[in-house]
Design a protein. Structure first.
Length: 166
């Protein structure tokens, strides 16, 4: 804008020094054009300054919201860390309890259970529902149903191999 104002001042000086009317009018038109440019630039600058003020206000609100959210996230992370530590402790307790209980179980049965646990995931033992395996939902033979109901030996599903119980 300063360059435009300098140009306007030079044009006005030239306008007063000129001796011809058409040159005077042409220089006057240039002064008017440059003045309008300066006015437009100043208006744009003011609008941008207002917009900057609005953006600063919304930025500060957003930063406050971020701070609140960050506090909540930090609290949630701390809670999750605490739960993780509790779960680790509980897992250690259960593993030591399992180690004591496993001592009373037959070795071949424990090997079967561990093998099924690896292959079937969390459900190596399934209920017998009517004459269907609760794990694979396939019908089992009548002799398997009788073996499960008698509870004299460990019975397995013929289809998936899970240990069945009533």
């Amino acid at each position: 804008m300063a360059t435009r104002r300098d140009t306007i001042a030079k044009l006005k000086t030239q306008q007063f020094e000129t001796k011809k009317n058409d040159e005077y009018t042409a220089l006057g038109n240039e002064v008017i054009r440059y003045t309008e440019m300066v006015d437009e630039l100043e208006t744009n600058e003011l609008e941008l300054m207002e917009k900057a003020d609005e953006l600063k206000a919304s930025h500060s609100k957003a930063m406050e919201a971020l701070a609140l959210t960050q506090k909540e996230v930090n609290k949630d992370i701390a809670d999750l860390d605490e739960k993780a530590n509790q779960n680790k402790e509980r897992l250690q307790e259960l593993q030591s309890e399992r180690a004591e209980l496993v001592k009373a179980v037959d070795g071949s049965l424990l090997a079967l259970y561990d093998r099924l646990l690896k292959s079937k995931g969390d459900d190596p033992v399934a209920p017998l529902k009517g004459s269907q395996c609760g794990g694979c939902h396939m019908k089992v033979t009548a002799s398997t149903v009788v073996a499960v109901q008698s509870e004299k030996s460990v019975a397995q599903c013929e289809n998936c191999g899970r240990i069945l119980y009533c």
